[in-house]
Design a protein around this ligand. Structure first.
Ligand code: MN
Length: 242
């Protein structure tokens, strides 16, 4: 276990360098992060009732179950990043709940109605270079989400070669995990579990995808992108190390 002083120092550093690092530096016991906006902030794309249930019930349950699964195990000393890197050996309870906590924390952070795509930003330029246009990227993310059978996520992530790529994952897996067939650091994610859209969109996942891809906080994605490029975690993933 890290002592209090180390933990406090890590928390202060994390606060200074930003959200992604806050996630990375988190440790047991994990806490539900504050939602960065009101439940109705993304109306009409995400209705307030869905947001409230999703955050205060689903995400909260992942955090609670993660702490329960960690208690008394050797993984208590692991950061959230380390739990991802060891997801395969850590077992389903830790894999699912650590993933659930990480994925939802990122998801809340990259949604907004007020931070549109900027082709001149670092990530904007790379999106154009890689995919040709924002619309092409949206089509790929829509397809990734629409074709993910059952529950899971669609991702825009930075590969170990520092390129942008799109993929999807089942359940609460993500590209940081050792069990993922493609690896890298996610910078944008879309939850395609039914609980993310069913109240408003019913069975129409593609309508939800089309709508939510217009509610991305591209300033946050740009920050995630520039941080991912220089993250020690990317090096760790590249070396296949844990
Ligand atoms: Mn969810």
């Amino acid at each position: 276990m890290k002592n209090f002083k180390q933990k406090t120092t890590m928390a202060v550093i994390a606060f200074l360098v930003g959200f992604s690092s806050i996630l990375s530096a988190q440790g047991y016991p994990f806490e539900l992060p504050k939602l960065p906006y009101a439940y109705n902030a993304l109306e009409p794309v995400v209705d307030a009732a869905t947001m409230e249930i999703h955050y205060s019930k689903h995400h909260a349950a992942y955090v609670k179950n993660l702490n329960t699964a960690l208690k008394g195990s050797k993984y208590e000393a692991y950061s959230l990043d380390e739990l991802m890197l060891h997801a395969g050996e850590a077992g389903d309870a830790l894999r699912n709940n650590a993933g659930g906590h990480y994925n939802h924390s990122l998801f809340w952070n990259i949604l907004s109605l007020n931070n549109p795509f900027n082709a001149q930003s670092e990530v904007g330029k790379e999106v154009i270079r890689t995919f040709g246009s924002l619309d092409s990227l949206k089509q790929l993310l829509n397809k990734a989400g629409a074709t993910r059978f059952g529950s899971g996520w669609a991702w825009l992530y930075v590969t170990t070669g520092k390129k942008l790529a799109v993929c999807s994952s089942p359940n609460q897996d993500n590209p940081i995990m050792d069990v993922s067939p493609v690896r890298g650091i996610p910078i944008l994610c879309i939850d395609v579990w039914e609980h993310a859209y069913y109240l408003k969109y019913q069975n129409k996942r593609s309508d939800y995808l089309a709508a939510i891809l217009n509610a991305i906080n591209w300033d946050a994605v740009n920050k995630n992108y520039t941080e991912a490029l220089v993250s020690p975690l990317l090096k760790k993933i590249e070396k296949g190390g844990k």
